[in-house]
Ligand binder design. Sequence first.
Ligand code: FMN
Length: 396
Amino acid sequence: MTATTGAFAPGDFFALADFERAADTVLPSAVRDFVAGGSGAELTLADNRAAFDRLRITPKVLRDVSDCSCATTLMGSPAAMPVATAPVGYQKLLHPEGELAAARAAAEAGIPFTVGTLSSYTVEEIAAVGATTWFQLYWLRDREQSFDLVRRAEDAGCSAVMLTVDVPWMGRRQRDLRNGFALPNDVVAAHLPVGAESAAHRAASGESAVARHTAAAFAPSLSWADLAELRRRTRLPLLIKGVLDPADAAQAAESGVDGIIVSNHGGRQLDGAVASIDALAEVCAAVNGRCEVLLDSGVRSGVDALKALALGASGVLLGRPLMWGLAMGGAEGVRRVLDLFAAELRDALGLAGCSGPEDARTLRVRRDAMAVDRTSTSHARTTYRDETSGEGTVVR
Ligand SMILES: Cc1cc2nc3c(=O)[nH]c(=O)nc-3n(C[C@H](O)[C@H](O)[C@H](O)COP(=O)(O)O)c2cc1C
């Protein structure tokens, strides 16, 4: 069931969507569905894109952008652009070298790579690749196992821990249920005890084996008290991923986290959850500079990243687009996606009158009263009535 690497003709790739279309032709359909799919009716999955497309930037002029650069710092580490890879489990589904290849590409591109609890190689193997490495933690029913993973991440040289807080259990992903999705035998969750991970290889009809085996491993009891305990247990910068509510964000900042990732898990958890980009401005206001704020879910271009920066994020996480690159060409495929993204972001910054990511904070963003109808071949614009003004609202 694992993908065979397709013919990779870099000249054909001018937008991140080109990688998705190409990956579609080489991936087994159940793997494609597992990666592309969301939960429920996929309303949030769709809205993640629609919400970005509704936003418009007001560019600034006469600001000498001849030294425009994407370079920045993320969670205290230098980064060639305000981008990190999102934690994505079981990357061996996309390519035999899985996370090792993706981490190599991140190292070459100069951005942090996030190792997931559900990665198909271990944190020690992946950190040895040499990227700035962050470790994503799912809170396990066995608390000591969670702390043990954090210790392993620290010993392996990871420079941040990221606790995912929006998965008491996996959302109902109908595509996986229909496909009876199970991992192929050569793909494992390398950090889970043998037995826990092997349950992921067998699905009854109408069931997702991945949902079943993670429900057995993850602790739905995760609470603010556990976050406080984790804060005490590690000196590494601590991020929490999956925050959308401003009051939660304020409480997280109060609890001593170093970073918040505004995310709806790419539309894979609560279907009907607000689009991340629509939640960002309020979260940033609530946090009020007490910690960094990053964003994922629906980022598909440098312009999307510019919109997130303008609304107060210090960076974005890229998820699915990197998986399409991985499927197409291993480390080289991921690298191509990152190179294209970096070129798009530099373009967007310069054309908006910004010399670097920090300048983007001064840009005005409005929610347009008109949305581009992408289904129309003529790119006709259809009216979108904004709830607050009916005309388009200045978001920032
Ligand atoms: C196939 C797949 C696996 C994922 N695995 C994890 C995971 O193990 N841990 C986690 O915190 N998030 C996981 N995510 C969510 C991503 O980190 C990220 O929030 C999401 O992909 C962002 O949406 P986008 O890719 O549409 O931009 C996964 C997403 C996908 C598509």
